[in-house]
Write a protein that binds this ligand. Structure first.
Ligand code: PGA
Length: 246
């Protein structure tokens, strides 16, 4: 049976006490057997959460990483530093990084390279803005984001190729992309990935995922999971979302 990826991006929603409380609540939930749960907490609390999740199969990830291991990069945290505290996953090119912090496609490429070198699993996030969609640029933007991020890479054996398709206009807005449209785009993403890298990816959908729509996404043939922001940062909404899958 195929894996089901349930990824929780806590963004900058929770302080240390709230993160610890939610981690304990996450740990008590029973997830469908085939699921792989990964939490992306704030960098400062990851070490505190390790003992809580230690006995579970829940993994951790970084919301963002820097590509150099060490150096004069004030304010940045390297992928190596995240790995050292127990992270095995890292988001790359999340829409908020691209659009609020002006990260370029080239930045995502450097991050992919650095993360793979450390044998961590990158989760490459791609997605078009509302304006790009309105101007019929969705396909062009996604193909460009993927081709630049993959440039020069030979995909290492043993590391899953994970992509999150997150239309920017659907993130945090309550205006989710219709499951059939998400499926159409994810099948294109899968095709481009096979063309550029010769590897079959697992694709997650993200953008206003909630209890009302999660089953419709994960039942699509090219969608193998979800990257959840807002609804993963509160116990009640996360629990009701997981219940839809059992
Ligand atoms: P959302 O965020 O679920 O709050 O829309 C998704 C994401 O940014 O990964």
């Amino acid at each position: 049976m195929k894996k089901l990826y349930l990824f929780a991006n806590w963004k900058m929603y929770l302080d240390a006490a709230e993160s610890e409380k939610l981690a304990r609540e996450f740990e008590e939930i029973s997830y469908p057997k085939r699921s792989k749960v990964v939490v992306f907490p704030s960098a400062l609390v990851i070490e505190e959460l390790v003992p809580i999740f230690k006995k579970t199969k829940i993994s951790f990830g970084a919301q963002n990483t820097y590509w150099a291991d060490k150096g004069a990069y004030s304010g940045e945290i390297s992928a190596a530093m995240y790995r050292d505290v127990g992270c095995s996953y890292a988001l790359v090119g999340h829409a908020e990084r691209r659009h609020k912090f002006h990260e370029s496609d080239e930045d995502t490429r450097l991050k992919m390279e650095a993360i793979l070198k450390l044998k961590m699993t990158p989760v490459l996030c791609v997605g078009e803005t509302e304006e790009e969609r309105k101007n019929n640029k969705t396909e062009e933007v996604l193909e460009r984001q993927l081709s630049v991020a993959y440039r020069g890479l030979v995909w290492p054996k043993g590391i899953e190729l994970l992509i999150a398709y997150e239309p920017v206009w659907a993130i945090g807005t309550g205006e989710s992309c219709s499951p059939t449209e998400a499926e159409r785009v994810c099948s294109l993403v899968s095709g481009w990935t096979r063309k550029f890298l010769g590897v079959e990816p697992a694709i997650l959908y993200g953008g206003s995922v909630a209890a009302e729509n999660i089953s419709d996404y994960v039942s699509q043939s090219h969608i193998q999971g979800v990257l959840v922001g807002g609804a993963s940062a509160k116990k009640a909404s996360w629990v009701s979302l997981i219940k839809k899958l059992s």
